[in-house]
Design a protein around this ligand. Structure first.
Ligand SMILES: [Zn+2]
Length: 104
């Protein structure tokens, strides 16, 4: 039986949704967002190929997979990084997703 990703309440059988209510979806997203924001490594990105950079690209990739729009990601990540860096992360993350053949 499928359960709400936020509160664990059982969903009607055969439901294609992940949440019991819009409120649940909102709460889940907000919590997720907090976790994601914490997970950015905010020390200097040591340049191409550094593990910190790879990590941050992975975070952006996860956000895309979670269904965040590019606009939202840019807004969130711009708090921590220069716009140029954010765009780079986004482009690389999108390329990685394409390579893996996943749909956004
Ligand atoms: Zn719920």
């Amino acid at each position: 039986m499928k359960k709400c990703k936020n509160c664990g309440k059982q969903l009607t059988s055969g439901s294609r949704l992940d949440f019991y209510s819009k409120e649940c979806m909102k709460q889940y997203r907000e919590n997720k967002l907090k976790i994601l924001q914490r997970s950015f490594l905010t020390q200097f990105d040591k340049g191409f190929g550094s593990s910190r950079r790879q990590h941050n690209i992975q975070v952006v990739k996860n956000m895309l997979e979670e269904g965040y729009s590019e606009e939202q990601i840019i807004k969130i990540a711009s708090v921590y990084f220069r716009k140029q860096t954010v765009f780079e992360y986004l482009e690389i993350a999108k390329s990685l997703l394409e390579i893996e053949g996943e749909k956004l």
